[in-house]
Design a binder for this molecule. Structure first.
Ligand SMILES: [Zn+2]
Length: 291
């Protein structure tokens, strides 16, 4: 376990901000909070770096300070914007470590947690029930401690917590030892990845995996097994990874999201998604024979 203590992130839109000279490969620039003076009108907030016992006010895991800079604000001289996805892919290879109980203390998990909450704060300024301006629940409770990550409506008392939207992603194999990879129209040219999609209200995870596969490629799957998960705050997902076996049907890409889908063998792969994602992790597990 890495104990990092307190840390600070600066965000603008979907990017990390850092002084020039900080490597774009870092997810943990840890810039002094005093630099916030250069970013007027920012949302500056502090949250527990972990989630264990946070509701009871335990912040022994350390705290993350965030400076969420307005999207339209010009960058000061000698600062750079590093897309969070780029920082994440540069940090690759440690997803298995990221899924352990210590994950909320790792650099990647801190980045994902902070980025998720910074976005949610921008979208929770007003009460969704009565429209009054929300306050921070932690400040409203009088303690001023950052343990409770919630908004509180002072008019009607409604509490709001960071929204997390579960999404499933599935590594599908057939009896020939091949895996199903698809090209989504949002992907870069030539890149193929796994079938993924959001869970619908009232649906369990396995049903979502089967439905998404059926909708996007026309095939049926079975033996759906949970493998790993990863926070994916682009904007607010939790990716839940499964393995599954092909059971029936012929591949028919939906032509809407999926432009092409094919069975690929290990020795004949297309371009794959970048490291640092659960899709690449699942494909890596299949490549090394553990799935
Ligand atoms: Zn309200």
């Amino acid at each position: 376990m890495i104990l990092l203590g307190n840390c600070t992130f600066f965000f603008q839109g979907a990017s990390l901000l850092a002084p020039q000279g900080v490597s774009a490969d870092t997810v943990y620039p840890d810039i002094p909070l005093s630099h916030a003076e250069q970013f007027p009108f920012s949302d500056i907030f502090t949250i527990p770096a972990g989630v264990s016992d946070a509701a009871q006010g335990d912040i022994s895991c350390g705290v993350i300070s965030c400076v969420s800079v307005p999207a339209e604000a010009p960058l000061p001289p000698f600062w750079q914007a590093i897309p969070v996805r780029q920082a994440l892919s540069a940090f690759s290879g440690s997803l298995t470590e990221e899924t352990g109980p210590a994950d909320t203390l790792s650099p990647v998990s801190r980045l994902l947690r902070a980025f998720h909450i910074a976005q949610w704060r921008r979208e929770s300024l007003f009460c969704g029930s009565c429209g009054a301006k929300n306050t921070d629940a932690s400040a409203a409770n009088g303690g001023g401690h950052p343990a409770e990550v919630a908004r509180l409506c002072p008019a009607c008392g409604r509490m709001e917590f960071p929204r997390i939207a579960p999404a499933v992603i599935t590594l599908i194999t057939n009896d020939e030892g091949k895996t199903l990879l698809a090209h989504n129209r949002k992907f870069a040219p030539g890149v193929y990845s796994l079938i993924a999609g959001f869970v619908e209200a009232g649906e369990n995870l396995e049903a979502a995996a089967a439905r998404e596969t059926r909708e996007e490629t026309g095939i049926e799957i079975g033996d759906i097994r949970y493998i790993a998960s990863q926070p994916w705050p682009f904007p607010h997902s939790l990716m839940i990874g499964f393995s599954a076996r092909y059971t029936a049907g012929t591949i028919r890409p939906d032509g809407v999201e999926i432009e092409d889908a094919q069975w690929f063998s290990r020795d004949n792969l297309p371009l794959l998604p970048g490291p640092g994602s659960v899709s690449r992790y699942l494909i890596g597990r299949w490549l090394d024979g553990t799935l």
